[in-house]
Design a protein around this ligand. Structure first.
Ligand code: KG4
Ligand code: ZN
Length: 348
């Protein structure tokens, strides 16, 4: 007998629904929210309202694309944590109502576990145990995966996430939100070795990106003359703007190069310490072309088997919630209808 799952993701500003049958994704539909662009970041109240508008059409689209309907569904999975609480509430309430109305089991999914398990969507899957570098707008983690449901965070950021480092750099450069994909775009034609930014010296497998952000801030305020604060270096605003517009591609390429090297140096260390050679990428930042290329090249050099989810499964999506829901269902790990979403949820 086959198992069909409807999955809902609404943790931030994307509303997504997916249908999965026996671990195979039949549809993964998504509605983006453009309303935040003019504010330079996600506005939680507006995100919740947009989820309310989008959720029914997105679920309908997922059923249509998968060529099935509510009567085919065996369980409903949803993102329970972490995320914006108002956004999570919309998806959670929708999923709970459906589970109650259809009398079907409910599966609560942790968003970060789902990013990792996006690597189990394709036919070619990593072998257990594997390592996953999960890089998103809110998290940067190295995860050791013993099985789909036994995951342990062995390294993480002590301040900003890698996605934040991209987005905050973009903001300093005057680029619109979310700036990560734009840095990627401009970096493609820039010189990654032109400007040098510092690599933080953080012990163990943890990351830090706040020092890099400060160094970029002063580098731009000094119009490239230095990346430390000194009153006498500070350029006037016109000079700062001119410097950015003349050197945008090289700045983007150099910043991206440093973020990628911070990430991959720690991943290399984790692989060495654990002896694991099946290594995955996950999360929105794994859509970055510089990271994908450097990760694949490093894998070849180190003799790793490397895995990167398809582009649509890197950024927030319900397919990853569906695949995680599938593995939880196999273990009969169901949630009670009294469950509430949580903005923060410590995990493993
Ligand atoms: O996983 P995700 O979609 O949402 C969270 O769970 O946070 O990640 C979003 C993050 C944002 O910071 C966005 O700028 C970044 O992923 N991102 C990228 C690229 N595409 C998305 N960063 C760099 N290069 C990209 N191509
Ligand atoms: Zn995410």
């Amino acid at each position: 007998m086959s198992i069909s799952i409807l999955a809902i993701e609404s943790s931030c500003d994307d509303t997504s629904a997916a249908i999965c049958v026996d671990g195979k994704i039949l549809s993964n539909c998504l509605a983006n929210q453009t309303v935040h662009e003019k504010y330079g970041g996600v506005v939680p109240e507006l995100a919740s309202r947009a989820h309310m508008q989008n959720i029914v059409p997105v679920v309908d689209a997922a059923f249509k694309k998968a060529n099935c309907d509510l009567s085919n569904i065996d369980a409903i999975a949803f993102t329970q944590a972490p995320g914006l609480i108002g956004s999570l509430l919309v998806g959670a309430q929708f999923a709970k109502s459906l589970a109650l109305a259809l009398d079907k089991p409910l599966i609560a999914v942790h968003h970060m576990q789902a990013h990792v398990l996006a690597n189990l969507i394709p036919e070619k899957k990593p072998a257990f145990p594997f390592l996953c570098l999960t890089v998103s707008g809110g998290h940067t983690q190295i995860v050791l995966c013993q099985s789909p449901t036994q995951l342990k965070v062995i390294g993480q950021t002590i301040d900003d996430a890698a996605g934040e480092a991209f987005d905050k750099t973009a903001k300093l450069l005057g680029l619109p939100y979310p700036g990560g994909p734009l840095i990627d775009k401009y970096a493609a034609t820039g010189n990654p070795d032109r400007f040098k930014f510092p690599e933080p010296q953080i012990p163990g497998l943890n990351f830090s990106f706040s020092g890099l952000k400060t160094s970029i801030l002063y580098f731009l305020k000094n119009a490239g003359a230095s990346n430390v604060y000194k009153e006498e270096f500070l350029a006037n605003e016109a000079l700062q703007k001119k410097f950015v517009s003349k050197n945008l591609e090289d700045i983007c390429a150099s910043v991206q190069n440093r973020i990628v090297s911070i990430l991959l140096n720690k991943l290399k260390k984790a692989a060495k310490e654990t002896g694991i050679t099946d290594i995955c990428l996950a999360g929105g930042v794994s859509a970055n072309s510089g990271l994908r290329k450097a990760f694949t090249e490093l894998g070849t050099k180190m003799n790793w088997q490397t895995y990167i989810p398809a582009f649509e499964y890197c950024t927030d999506n319900a397919a990853m919630i569906a695949i995680t829901g599938y593995y939880k269902l196999l273990e009969k790990d169901f949630a009670d209808l009294s469950i509430s979403p949580s903005a923060r949820a410590e995990w493993s």
